[in-house]
Design a protein around this ligand. Structure first.
Ligand code: NDP
Length: 620
């Protein structure tokens, strides 16, 4: 029986949910664009040059290695580390960047910081002995941690940087992969791993005039400190003092760099299409004494499990003790509290009740976030413009304590385009709502390509047994076992988020688990003298059916994400819901996760791995 006991605003008044729903719908409709993902273009040329590390000439590789991993971010680093721990040699990591770090290599914009607590976000803290200096570490510390992992586990030894894989072909006669790159490499590898990340291809709005701009422009993932002055560590960007700068986009990236631009630019224009929800950050330095008291053997696993459990408000798995206690666990905690309240009141429980509780908790949270804007922002029109009218998980939730106050500065102007966005770029500046704004520099905080096919984003196709292309195999949707193994692609492993735990609040946790699992499989294969390992067709199909058993069917017939909000067509458009358009064929199974949620998956995979049976895999 569904029971609704209402949602209350921060002042205790009962919220008019129908009016709010109507407002959310109107705001969404304003933003829906028939062209969906087609409104963007892939950044190219100067926009994607590496501004941080010079490219060094080297001889092409023509050798054989045991394990090649494509991607030098967290996925590659944790897998490489686990392989090394297992005593496996001949590991080669490849990355298009000039060093390890993945997203933290590229995103050096001022203020870049992790949004999930460092103690659970930064992998292998226990193994490396590193104490994060803040509850939410800043980017330079995370990049340094990536380098620390690389050094400690000897992953630099054979790494290939500034190298893009162009081909991966299974050599049937030799039971190994042939790896080709844009640096002329052509070598063989018994195993391959792929962890290229979901957000690594920078995109720009597909609007006219970007190339005509006479000033300077760049994407946030290639921050041009030569132009701005300053440094990722936060030194003032002195070159901007006499400049009028535009930033386009107000997603998670802009939220973090706007306060720095506001501080340093002569004038800052923030072009907003849709406001982000910006909740309290509450960052703090780590107390070394406290850290020493919690850092007992096994501490990070304990924290990871606790965080995962506490971000699963609706399943009942929530732990009483909330170690991380942040915005992510708060969302889930509110839902759980409301469900319990209703169960106590009615003595009953059903899934509609969970949906209602989730909705009420969400309305309350978003009202608090909107009320905070009124408290902080002095100008009422600016305050109104900054308010987000959608459910919190419709877009990436943001957390920051300096973003909103930046708009009280006299040199900062919000250009609220009310869902229209920037229309064109001219030689002199930016056009929005028919008005041209002359600026010296334009910073595109317009995000990354999501929703294109895996192989398209990776920049290469994977050709498995019998010439089978991964792009063809997945044309009707991604198929894997555990999000890691694909039938027809022996000795190949994916390290990514979906079809396993799908734990979006803490992506590295997914990656570390996969890395540990892969190392166990490879060690087993090598120890037993097997040349190949491959998931069986039946096991892959059974896994897909298991994932589908936990997913609701959306109106378009494709499975919906389990939370009912993430990816919902009712949401304001964004990359979470394919810009409000029905999923393409190849996207249908992208967001499936284990029916028992992330914690259920993590418990399952640990047992699967530790049993040593590796059920579903065929070793030969
Ligand atoms: P997003 O895709 O989240 O944001 C892009 C922004 O550009 C949106 O505000 C979008 O508006 C806006 N935009 C697009 N086209 C136009 C236009 N024509 N005119 C005006 N505005 C436009 O990219 P981000 O780089 O901010 O974030 C990407 C992801 O990276 C995050 O969602 C998060 O997962 C991750 N991230 C994580 C961080 C962390 O953990 N610390 C920090 C930063 C990013 P609209 O909303 O209307 O589409």
């Amino acid at each position: 029986m569904a029971v609704t006991n209402g949602a209350r605003g921060p002042d205790g008044s009962v919220l008019d949910k129908d009016a709010l729903k109507q407002k959310y719908r109107e705001e969404r409709d304003k933003r829906l664009r028939a062209e969906g993902l087609g409104q963007y273009v892939r950044a190219a040329g100067d926009f994607v040059e590496d501004p941080y590390t010079p490219v060094v000439a080297r001889e092409p590789k023509r050798d054989h290695v045991t394990f090649t991993f494509i991607g030098g971010g967290f996925a590659g680093l944790v897998t490489g580390a686990r392989l090394r721990e297992a005593g496996i040699g001949g590991i080669r990591l490849i990355d298009k960047a000039g060093d390890f770090g993945g997203t933290w290599y590229w995103n050096r914009y001022p203020g870049a910081q992790c949004d999930t607590a460092s103690l659970v976000y930064m992998p292998l803290l226990e193994e490396t002995g590193h104490m994060p200096t803040e509850k939410y570490a800043h980017a330079p510390e995370i990049l340094e941690h990536c380098q620390r992992i690389g050094k400690q586990f000897d992953l630099y030894e054979d790494a290939l940087f500034h190298t893009q894989v162009t081909g991966l072909d299974w050599a049937e006669d030799r039971d190994c992969w042939v790896v080709r790159t844009d640096r002329g490499d052509e070598f063989t590898s018994q195993f391959i791993g792929m962890g290229t990340g979901p957000l690594h291809v920078a995109k720009l709005p597909g609007i006219p005039g970007i190339d005509e701009f006479r000033g300077h422009s760049f994407h946030t993932s290639r921050w041009d400190y030569d132009y701005t002055g300053g440094a990722p560590e936060g030194a003032p960007m002195a070159h901007l003092a006499d400049k009028r700068v535009a930033i386009i986009g107000t997603g998670a990236t802009a939220i973090q760099c706007v306060p720095h631009l506001a501080r340093d630019a002569g004038e800052l224009l923030v072009f907003q299409r849709t406001p982000s929800s910006v909740d309290v950050r509450d960052n703090a330095p780590t107390d070394p004494e406290w850290f020493a008291s919690i850092a007992t053997p096994g501490w990070q696993k304990h924290w990871l499990e606790n965080f995962t459990a506490n971000t699963m408000g609706v399943t009942g798995a929530r732990h009483e003790e909330d170690l991380v206690a942040d915005g992510w666990t708060d969302i889930a905690g509110r839902v759980k509290a409301k469900v319990l309240e209703r169960v106590e009141a009615t003595g009953e429980f059903d899934m509609d009740m969970v949906g209602d509780a989730f909705e009420d908790a969400d309305f309350e949270k978003m009202e608090e976030i909107r009320a905070r804007i009124d408290e902080v922002i002095e100008d009422p029109e600016t305050a109104d413009g900054l308010k987000a009218w959608y459910r919190q998980l419709c877009k990436r939730p943001c957390f920051h304590d300096e973003y909103l106050p930046a708009f009280n500065r006299a040199n900062v102007h919000l250009v609220h385009t009310d869902g229209q966005g920037v229309e064109r770029i001219t030689e002199r500046g930016v056009v929005a709502l028919g008005e041209e704004y002359e600026v010296d520099g334009i910073i595109y905080a317009t995000g990354f390509e999501v929703g294109s096919s895996y192989t398209d984003r990776a920049g290469y196709d994977v050709v498995g047994r019998g010439g089978l292309r991964l792009s063809d195999y997945w044309a009707d949707g991604m198929r894997t076992m555990h999000g890691v193994h694909v039938h027809g692609f022996p000795n190949a492993f994916l390290v990514q988020l979906t079809q396993g735990s799908n734990h979006i609040a803490n992506v590295p946790h997914n990656l570390t688990e996969s890395g540990t699992t892969i190392a166990a499989i490879v060690l087993h294969a090598l120890a037993e003298g097997h040349r190949t390992v491959e998931v069986t067709e039946q096991a892959e199909e059974a896994w897909l059916q298991l994932l589908l058993s936990g997913a609701e069917e959306g109106e378009d017939g494709a499975p919906r994400r389990p939370s009912r909000v993430l990816g919902s067509p009712d949401c304001t458009p964004g990359y979470y819901n394919n810009e409000g358009q029905p999923p393409a064929r190849h996207q249908r199974y992208n967001f499936l996760g284990h029916p028992e949620g992330p914690l259920g998956f993590f418990h399952y995979i640990e047992q699967w791995r530790d049993s040593g049976d590796f059920e579903g895999l065929a070793f030969d």
